[in-house]
Design a protein around this ligand. Structure first.
Ligand SMILES: *[C@@H]1O[C@H](CO)[C@@H](O)[C@H](O)[C@H]1NC(C)=O
Ligand SMILES: *[C@@H]1O[C@H](CO)[C@@H](O)[C@H](O)[C@H]1NC(C)=O
Length: 156
């Protein structure tokens, strides 16, 4: 998804000899990625298709801030982990990278199969993020809806 963009931005920031804002001191939270992945394997094909981004944590290197819609042909693998999903309505995605000198950067996303997401599923994602210690007040809503040019937009 956006890991290549993120990496380029990170290298540029380090080259400028400046610690970028999205790096915070500490370590990534413990997430049992292997167990989640193995448990999700039987359902991987069900993850295919269109997902609308509903909210994400503050990310200065997100290229498209509105109307983000991704299409997957299969469930993607590391460095992203699907914390929770029902495959038909919502998906809660988390990514965390540790860097030298005791810094890490993390990104959390909430996706929906449609341009909106009902509260019950938002709460499922919030619970999943809280469980690993992600502050859910960091989320900002992504603009979606009838003004979005979904037909012509290519996913990144
Ligand atoms: C696969 O997805 C269904 C819902 O679509 C869910 O009930 C089931 O628990 C999932 N199985 C695994 C192994 O995650
Ligand atoms: C997805 O949402 C619809 C509408 O609320 C519901 O009928 C369906 O059971 C949900 N799917 C799952 C796997 O929970």
């Amino acid at each position: 998804m956006k890991s290549a963009v993120f990496f380029v931005a990170f290298v540029a920031a380090v080259a400028a000899d400046k610690i970028p804002d999205f790096l915070v001191p500490g370590k990534c939270p413990a997430v049992n990625e292997k167990a989640l992945f193995e448990q999700q394997i039987p359902n991987h094909s069900k993850y295919a298709g269109v997902w609308y981004e509903i909210a994400l944590t503050n990310n200065p290197y997100q290229l498209l801030k509105q109307c983000v819609r991704n299409e997957y042909s299969f469930a993607f693998t590391a460095p992203y982990v699907i914390l929770d999903t029902d495959y038909e309505n919502f998906s809660c995605i988390y990514s965390c990278v540790e860097f030298n000198y005791g810094y890490y950067a993390d990104f959390a996303f909430i996706f929906s199969r449609s341009p909106s997401l009902s509260d019950q599923y938002l709460r499922r994602c919030e619970a999943a993020f809280k469980e690993i210690g992600v502050d859910v007040s960091r989320f900002a809503k992504t603009v979606q809806g009838s003004n979005c040019p979904y037909d012509t937009q290519k996913s990144l």
